[in-house]
Design a protein around this ligand. Sequence first.
Ligand code: UGA
Length: 438
Amino acid sequence: MKITVLGTGYLGATHAASMAEMGFEVLGVDVDPAKVDALSRGELPFHEPGLGELLRKHVDTGRLRFTTSYEEAGAFGDVHFVGVGTPQRAGSFAADMRYVDAAVGSIAAAATKDCVIAGKSTVPVGSARRLADLARASARDGVDVSLVWNPEFLREGYAVEDTLTPDRMVLGAEDAAAEAVMRRVYARQLEAGVPLIVTDFETAELVKVAANAFLATKISFINALSELTEAVGGDIRTLADAIGLDERIGRKFLNAGVGFGGGCLPKDIRALRARAAELGVEQSVRFLAEVDDINVRRRGHTVDTVTQMLGGSVVGKQVAVLGAAFKPDSDDVRDSPALDIAARLHSIGAEVAVYDPKANANAAKRYPRLDYVDSLEAAATGAEVVVLLTEWAEFKAMTPEQLHPLVAVPQILDGRNVLDPERWAAAGFCYRALGRRA
Ligand code: UGA
């Protein structure tokens, strides 16, 4: 069985390399020739632990190739995974389906043998049924093209692990033959005991957005509570530990701080609201507007706290910003709280030095006017406040003794609640955190 993966962005590149690792011959397809050239040389255009090695390994074994040609893909693949983007539409919260529609229409028209199209992109509920019709209508005479929906749950930073050994797999399949093909594709995971939930198209699409909406809600819940603990002088980490011990709640995704960002959670909750409104059930997920508001409020609150620490004005003050990526182990700055906060501080007059172990280059493309430096020490030198915004291991491991000789004023704002307040205070730092007693 031969596999194609349409779209070689974050999701597609990971899926393609992982499928090659599972033993399949894989053809990655992208409309961007520069991306195809880079990947064909074994160069990954973004940072993801372990993925570069996997890519190079299978470019070398010959199991993994890349092309811009849908014709080639249509002749090659028995299963075509669709992993193109569904960005937020300009001027709206809804998802832009242009790339998915084009990919499905093109591959169905190019297929010269019976095949399954497996959608992985995050789409508004109702899309799969429409795309199944589109695929059938676009197929050549005598070629059977069947569509399934197979959402992806990988996390950046753990993309390979999540693809090869997921918690669960979900398959929207309404045709027994296509389901059987997908069971063969995922035989390795099924043998390892990974649960496979087979369902209708709509449920499969909704599982994906429901999971992300739940995670976003969990984060905003703890961040809302952190506004309260700050107001009364409590400790949000202790609170999270305590409620998290209840197995029904669980401790994961209860880390309070500057809030969530990235290419998925913010966009997906907005798209779900837009879709619910189209379906006439806007009220069903109205709470997600509040989840979004709480999240965005974190950024303004962080800027206000820095301002307060600097005596009421940031103008001309040296601020060291640690982190630009939306989360550690990633160079992704899409909707990154860290970078947004850095830009807001700069826009109100602070002298901002940003250091991120991997995301400086992407951040500089987004906000060229900030000062990007190459080390933690360079950022801290002369700083009147150090602001930790992305919890990279390097920042979690830094010590007050390391920073004290460098900074102009020993003050630190722990935007992710990852440092030990007592240790920093004992070393002479004014330590502040989001959701802990000042
Ligand atoms: C998220 C989901 O976790 C994946 O399951 C999903 O497949 C993916 O979106 C997607 O739809 O493609 P990802 O965006 O890589 O994955 O990042 P997360 O680990 O979910 O983190 C999202 C944001 O929440 C980050 O900014 C992170 O810093 C923040 N976060 C996370 C918190 O602020 N607190 C927490 O306790 C956890």
